[in-house]
Ligand binder design. Sequence first.
Ligand code: SAM
Length: 501
Amino acid sequence: PAAAVTHAAVQETLQLFRETCERLLREEPDPGPGKRNRVDFKAAKILKNRWLNTGERAVGTVPGVEVGDVFRYRIELCMVGIHRRVMAGIDFKRLSNGDVLATCIVSSGYYDDKDVGKGGCDDDVLIYCGEGGDPKNPCGNRVAADQKLKGANLALKRSMERKLPVRVVRGFRTTSQDRVISTYTYDGLYLVEKHWEVRGDNGYRVFKFQLRRIPGQPALSEVKRSRLEQAPIQYRCVDPDVSSGTERHPIRVMNAVNTTRPIGFSYTSRLRYPSWYNPSPPAGCGCIGGCAESSACACAAKNGGSFAYGVDGRLLETRPLVYECGPSCGCPPSCRNRASQSGVKVQLQVFNAGSRGWGVRSPNRIAAGAFVCEYVGEVITEREAGKRSNDEYLFDVGRNYGGGEACEDDSCFTIDAAEYGNVGRFINHSCSPNLYAQNVLFDHDDRRVPHVMLFALADIAAYEELAYDYNYRVDGVRDEDGELRRKYCYCGTFRCSGRMY
Ligand code: SAM
């Protein structure tokens, strides 16, 4: 059986969902006055494979959801499996014998104000009205049909008869800067104590259900409104610099789940070549003071007569191979044609990315085309790579020139970042990547061993996970016995095929 969903997994799904909503809000045009862009529905759809507790509906507690948990969007309740009907207030399940049981109700508080105080509830007792009639306002005086004792209403009655708990989620509406904001708090388990029917102002039948909170759960006063404003997820810094001072900016390790940090490798910011590998540096260009004129620069000529980088050092377009200026060139380190060879310039963090293991993000926005980092590790032959027991950090080079390959089987190389590596070793795969692995040569001319430089493919928002396409093919990886190997992908993007290979 699958492992039970943890509270951390729930928080991670919520965090990812909220980040996706924010990204969509930024990216999509404002739909105009009075219209709402349902980024929540879109984000939930994009993250369909990150929904939790998707099996049979549970009666009672839901794995990973704790009393006091706060939800910002109604659809979040569906995504974590606490309340699976998107609009309706009463969620219920059908048993194999056709009977029904209530699982969860969402009390928005404003339907029942005639019954118990303002907001429709005191702390432990909740009066809830049945479903049906006028769907817009089932308990108001606009009910235009009798409510029926079937479906959700019957389910609440059955839960009462069988003394089974019903989850209660309370909705609160607050106003902030003229916008109405709804938030939802999981208030724990209740028992249905009694039910009765009343006649609405129009004379139609309305059901009422009284629920009482089961004692022994954390007090509501502890978890109510004060928790509504809390940050959705708190990351702690568990290592101030995973590069131990090697990189220009410290690379913090952030963990919202526990206090573990990456171990078992040595941080190195430069490729480690085998001792027998001694390529010579390429001939340089004669530009003085910087390579401004592509027509006059021998390195630009190697790039087909133009520079791959703009004056600000951003990659203008991806290419099979980019030649940067090198050690024999006359230009200074600030030359625009040296954009990726002098190390990481953006601020990066390693963070606990849940099912994907560690991941990498930046606390700052990264502009499209900006250099992020190199994939650094030990340069080994492919033959040697085949013998390594840990294949999680292998990056085959020299084969990805968009058609032509620079090597044949026995002369190909792989970068292994398992034992020695830089921050690049923590960057995950995505089926909808925001980074591109660009082949770059500068300190030698050996096309079999290009540097793998990761550049931003588009503007990347702060805290968005950085990821590139590992470029495997589904059913394209076999073990030494020829058996197909499978690796599942949890990138969570809408393009995700579900498999890395
Ligand atoms: N997550 C890694 C870690 O914790 O060190 C960093 C990336 S490492 C180069 C590659 C490994 O990360 C893969 O073999 C796989 O285990 C995991 N990984 C990367 N992308 C993934 C994805 N989209 N879904 C699931 N696992 C992923």
